[in-house]
Ligand binder design. Sequence first.
Ligand SMILES: [Zn+2]
Length: 256
Amino acid sequence: MFGSRRKRIRRQAPAAEFPAAWRARLAVRWPTWSTLTDDEQARLEDLILAFIVNTRWESAKGFVMTDEVQLVIAAQACLLVLELDIDMYRRVDSIIVHPRTVVLHGERYVGSGMVADGPHAIAGQAHHHAGPILISWSTAAFEARHTRSASNVVYHELAHKIDMLDGVVDGTPPIADPAQRARWIEVCTAEYERLCHGRASVLRDYAATDAGEFFAVATEQFFTQPVALRDGNTDLYEVLMAFYRQDPAARALPAR
Ligand SMILES: [Zn+2]
């Protein structure tokens, strides 16, 4: 994808001004906001405005969409691409917000060649290509405010969208530099295999489902509990830091 000249799909001009009241709302709804520098906040504001206007927002199950819902989801989504390019979200077309977790039925792959049956609740889902992202607002709102669990459905689903950019969900996002890509694969494979063999990991067990889930869960940990990740697996922290071009452990992230 790096060599191609894809037509940008994000053409809509965002609103010129980031509403002052939104900053106060973000500080309450998403405490990570307050850990960002003035420069980071200013650039994130521009991304948020562009993301909101270029995303089709849909409600499901009677959910009432508000500016605040879009703001809180967009802010977290845009943090991932703060030092990258908003064009990485060119296939983020629509976000469908449900009031609560969604119960799915039927068989699902749970890793290690195993398939489970029966209903199961999900907090989010990212579909391939320009397919929609599904988000449970009850989960997203809680996780925006509380980082202790190291879970964040918005980071998770948007990481899947980044992973999908090269056409395959293989846990390796687009990395142009061959050496950086090789290091990424080496470090992530080692930690993934640790998880698959049931050994202690800084990542939660769900990361062992497959390589795609590994990247999504690692991204959640990187942005919610970066100090724990850095201390638990410095190599993994460093390849994520090199990819996202951010050092979240250096921010005084509140653990709530
Ligand atoms: Zn996932």
